[in-house]
Design a protein. Structure first.
Length: 465
């Protein structure tokens, strides 16, 4: 138990404090509800402590976990700030097994060449644990929260995706309004209980006859329990799933159907990655460009001018760039052998807008003769040229404006292109989390255009020759 002192509010206590409690507690304050007694105890200073927790949450402390090595890692639990998770809506939920070190839920089988519906098409052969998770997903959630409907889902060997539709405000069994996070927490607790039973992990605090009696007769299901289910920390047993979850709220037209398709195709794309690990997994520092940092700085000074480029901007770019000390390097996703072809940069400038049709025709003509186009796809014209080349079946290389996270999956269309040797994705950047609507600077755009030319070893005005 830790004690803290505030000159105005005096001493207050944290009992069983964990970062993962902050979201629920600060939600209680936001909804003007009292903090659950089993989450936190702080004498009469509850309100003061809750405001502290809200401040921590708003300043993103919730989004950092410190591992044993002291390295900070981004947390799964990013949430829509303007969204009330008690309200009706459609959500695409994802979470993984603990640390994804094992694949306890099943294994991928099948043949990627077989179409959906074929008996040999890629699918997940669920383990006993996976079958248990499926049963909990399809039966327990709806049984205790009738307003929450599980629709499309896939249970992968080390994670699961599912779409839920909340038809009306979420109400718990005691009649109080609650939120989606509590539904997910209850589901996970139910899975943990049965996972521990299946794997023979007995908690000393359970009744002595728990292992010899029907679990349902001795231990009520966590959704239905009025008292708190013993946590992982109190029992000393590892949970099945990692803490937190990722949610995506489909807001744009067609987004929900794309997410349903993503879920349906998940086993197929996992099998494709397993069959092509060097093509369909990020390869770190796979490409060494001919571009040195001093040369890049000189290029940016010429292209951007003093108004758009200064020492502070340069330091920020250097911190984000991948280098080997001297040269800019790139991570890759796809078949790196595309770089052995004749490479041509695609960079569109405003000054050449009147000649765009000529520029596009020269690029596509070069592609037809075996050249591979390389572009950061920043300007509208660059998008059009690269997209047309892809439509016509020509291979291309694209430069991303952000790094690859530890687990990186491009869209299904781009994965298909990478698997058929039609696309290579490169990035010269370290990964950084971005909010929706975040943009990149002019200097960063120019940096990518310079890297495109360095990879091709050709000036961007080659098409004028």
């Amino acid at each position: 138990m830790n004690q803290s002192f505030h000159p105005k509010f005096g001493t207050f206590r944290f009992v069983g404090y964990r970062y993962k409690q902050l979201e629920d507690v600060s939600d209680c304050l936001k909804n003007q509800e009292p903090a659950p007694a089993d989450l936190i105890i702080c004498n009469q200073h509850e309100k003061f402590l809750l405001y502290i927790l809200c401040w921590l949450r708003e300043n993103a402390y919730l989004c950092m976990n410190m591992n044993q090595a002291g390295k900070s890692e981004k947390h799964m639990g990013w949430r829509g700030k303007q969204k009330n998770y008690c309200w009706p809506g459609v959500y695409h939920i994802t979470f993984s097994v603990l640390e994804r070190r094992q694949q306890p839920l099943g294994r991928i089988i099948g043949d990627v060449s077989k179409p959906d519906g074929d008996p040999l098409a890629p699918r997940v052969a669920l383990s006993e644990i996976g079958k248990m998770v499926e049963q909990e997903l399809l039966q327990s959630i709806r049984a205790h929260y009738p307003m929450v409907e599980v629709q499309d889902y896939v249970i992968m060997p080390d994670h699961l995706h599912f779409i839920v539709e909340v038809h009306r405000n979420i109400i718990s069994s005691n009649g109080r309004e609650t939120h989606l996070g509590q539904v997910i927490a209850g589901f996970k607790k139910g899975c943990n209980r049965r996972y521990w039973e299946l794997t023979g992990q007995v908690w000393q605090g359970e009744p002595a006859n728990a292992s010899s009696t029907s679990p349902s007769a001795v231990i009520p299901h966590p959704f239905a329990m009025s008292s708190k289910v013993p946590s992982t920390a109190s029992t000393g047993r590892p949970p099945l799933f990692s803490y937190g979850y990722v949610d995506v709220m489909p807001l744009k037209e067609g987004q929900l159907e794309r997410q349903r398709e993503y879920i349906r195709n998940n086993p197929r794309y996992r099998l494709m990655r397993q069959n092509n690990p060097r093509w369909l997994m990020p390869q770190r520092a796979a490409v060494k460009t001919a571009l040195k940092l001093p040369a890049l700085k000189g290029y940016l000074e010429r292209e951007c001018g003093a108004r758009l480029f200064n020492d502070e901007i340069w330091e920020g770019i250097k911190q984000r760039l991948l280098t080997d000390g001297d040269f800019v390097t790139c991570d890759s996703y796809g078949n790196i052998q595309l770089l052995s072809a004749h490479l041509l940069p695609v960079v569109c400038h405003r000054k050449d807008a009147s000649q765009f049709s000529v520029h596009k025709a020269r690029c596509l003509s070069a592609s037809a003769l075996g050249a591979v186009l390389v572009s950061a796809r920043i300007a509208k014209g660059e998008h059009e040229i690269i997209d047309t080349a892809i439509q016509q079946g020509y291979p291309v290389v694209t430069i991303e404006d952000n790094g690859f996270p530890e687990i990186y999956h491009p869209s299904e269309a781009r994965t298909d292109l990478c698997s058929t040797n039609k696309l290579l994705i490169l990035t010269p950047w370290k990964y950084a989390y971005r909010h929706v609507g975040d943009t990149i600077s002019v200097a960063e755009c120019k940096t990518m255009n310079c890297i495109v030319q360095a990879i091709c070893r050709t000036k961007d005005e080659w098409w004028k020759e």
